[in-house]
Design a protein around this ligand. Structure first.
Ligand SMILES: *[C@@H]1O[C@H](CO)[C@@H](O)[C@H](O)[C@H]1NC(C)=O
Ligand SMILES: *[C@@H]1O[C@H](CO)[C@@H](O)[C@H](O)[C@H]1NC(C)=O
Ligand SMILES: *[C@@H]1O[C@H](CO)[C@@H](O)[C@H](O)[C@H]1NC(C)=O
Length: 161
């Protein structure tokens, strides 16, 4: 009896701790904060104006829509271009770096090319000056810069610096 009671308490503590830890981004455009979300559903919506809002959905909308992004008529009538619902921790924000990576190179080790008069290389099209500023994570010199730029982890380290 006592053993099962203790087990029950341990379980409740685990569940409470877990739900306390569940967070969503809440805010607007670039100004977002990480906040605890007790409903367990994070939401983001892109308005027709281009503004993006991030909330913890407690309205019951997300359980209806289900996980994923939606851009049907219902969503558009509500004034959104698209909305996304998701139910994992801090899931309601796209990966910015990944977007940059896609934009610059299709997120591929693309080698070097001239970009408006400056030689730019790799995943994030990093130029030499930028590489020096980010602390040269792949080592010093021309070769190290080019190799680092085409190495996903090294280039990402540079861009995050
Ligand atoms: C949010 O971003 C959109 C699209 O980039 C922009 O049009 C809008 O002015 C921004 N709003 C604020 C309050 O920064
Ligand atoms: C909204 O959240 C989804 C994940 O549910 C994510 O893929 C998408 O990039 C986010 N949109 C923005 C503008 O952050
Ligand atoms: C290209 O470089 C020139 C001079 O540095 C600058 O004025 C111009 O805005 C740049 N164009 C682009 C598309 O970056």
């Amino acid at each position: 009896m006592i053993a099962s009671l203790l087990w029950f308490i341990a379980l409740m503590v685990t569940i409470t701790t877990y739900s306390m830890a569940f967070q969503c981004y809440i805010g607007h455009n670039e100004s977002r904060e990480e906040m605890t979300c007790s409903s367990g559903w994070c939401f983001n919506g892109t308005l027709s104006s281009g503004d993006v809002i991030y909330i913890c959905d407690s309205s019951g909308t997300c359980p209806l829509f289900g996980k994923g992004c939606h851009d049907d008529q219902v969503v558009q009538k509500a004034g959104f271009k698209s909305v996304c619902c998701c139910n994992t921790n801090l899931c309601n924000k796209g990966n910015c770096l990944h977007s940059i990576c896609l934009h610059e190179s299709g997120c591929k080790p693309s080698g070097c090319r001239m970009d408006n008069g400056t030689l730019s290389c790799g995943y994030y099209q990093i130029n030499k000056a930028y590489y020096e500023d980010c602390g040269q994570p792949g080592g010093k010199g021309e070769e190290a810069w080019k190799e680092c730029s085409d190495d996903y982890n090294c280039a990402t380290t540079c861009v995050q610096a």
